[in-house]
Design a protein around this ligand. Structure first.
Ligand code: CAA
Length: 290
């Protein structure tokens, strides 16, 4: 009985706010999270916000944190009201990488047989657009997690890096692949081989980040962008995302073929009809995600 009471108290424990400001509205299906805070944002509650909240460890991505991010992302994916998701951390760190303390005694045999870190890329299977709002450190797995998102916005003091080489290892959650595609070979090699970090400004110049904002307004700006996306047709947005992502996997000819098929498919939707009809009738389109 005492154990049951203790468990109930733990589940009902209030979520800890990370930054100054009013405590966030809890997320119905997200009660009980230990490492993240989730909320619905935007005027119509159509943006899902996932905030990593392990500030003492600079949001080091322990297994529990990754599992909670995956759960929250999947819950927002299933939520018909949500059209886009923002993933953020705290002001000092988006995430300082995989949890080194958790990895310290890991063995090759265990990594290999359990598929260590293979559940990290679930974010890439989310069909709704995901925006990473990066303040502070995005290092190692933190940089890799941001790169799994569809858009990266950075706070002006953000720092990106793949410092695994300094720990005697290499990036293991897509860093060598996604960073190289994002910033090109020379800068990716330099970052991965030296472990040096780059600033938000350099990240923007290199194409890793699309916009930079003051630290305090970053998340708000990411939510505004997510809201804009969420106001469009969800089904057509998913097709656009699929088509852009194909550019990283296919040849130009194959990618163009897929794009054409998806373009044709938009003509099977009510939303395409509504969008064009609204334009012709000089009114705002109302998308029903059909
Ligand atoms: N794992 C576990 N704990 C971490 C951590 C990590 N990646 N990064 C920071 N922490 C912990 C620190 O151990 C410290 O905890 P204690 O207070 O209990 O000692 C706390 O967070 C604060 O960190 P610092 O005192 O080091 O803070 P700082 O401001 O002096 O330095 C930092 C900040 C430069 C980010 C530094 O913490 C750092 O270099 N962190 C490690 C970055 C890193 O190497 N990331 C790559 C990890 S490997 C990886 O990600 C593999 C992969 O590809 C998946």
């Amino acid at each position: 009985m005492a154990a049951l009471r203790a468990l109930l108290l733990r589940v009902r424990a209030p979520l800890r706010p990370v930054a100054a400001g009013p405590p966030p509205r809890p997320f119905a299906s997200g009660a009980g999270f230990e490492y993240i805070i989730t909320e619905k944002k935007g005027k119509e509650g159509n943006v899902g916000l996932v905030q990593m909240n392990r500030p003492k460890a600079l949001n080091a991505l322990c297994n529990g944190l990754i599992n909670e991010i995956n759960r929250a992302m999947e819950a927002f994916q299933q939520d018909p009201a949500v059209g886009a998701i923002v993933l953020t951390g705290g002001e000092k760190a988006f995430a300082a990488g995989a949890d080194i303390k958790e990895m310290q005694n890991q063995t090759f045999q265990n990594c290999y047989s359990t598929g260590f870190l293979s559940h990290w890329d679930r974010v890439t299977h989310i069909k709704k657009p995901v925006i990473a709002a990066v303040n502070g450190f995005a290092l190692g797995g933190g940089c890799e997690l941001a790169m799994m998102c569809d858009i990266i916005y950075a706070g002006e003091k953000a720092q990106f890096g793949q410092p695994e080489i300094l720990l005697g290892t290499i990036p293991g959650a897509g860093g060598t692949q996604r960073l190289t595609r994002a910033v090109g070979k020379s800068l990716a090699m330099e970052m991965i081989l030296t472990g040096d970090r780059i600033s938000a400004q350099d990240a923007k110049q290199a194409g890793l980040v699309s916009k930079i904002f003051p630290v305090e307004t970053l998340v708000e700006e990411a939510i505004k962008c997510a809201e804009k996306i969420a106001n469009n047709s969800k089904i057509v947005t998913a097709m656009a995302k699929e088509s852009v992502n194909a550019a990283f996997e296919m040849t130009l000819t194959e990618g163009n073929k897929l794009e054409k098929k998806l373009f044709y498919l938009t003509f099977a939707t009510e939303d395409r009809k509504e969008g064009m009809t609204a334009f012709v009738e000089k009114r705002k389109a109302t998308f029903r995600d059909q």
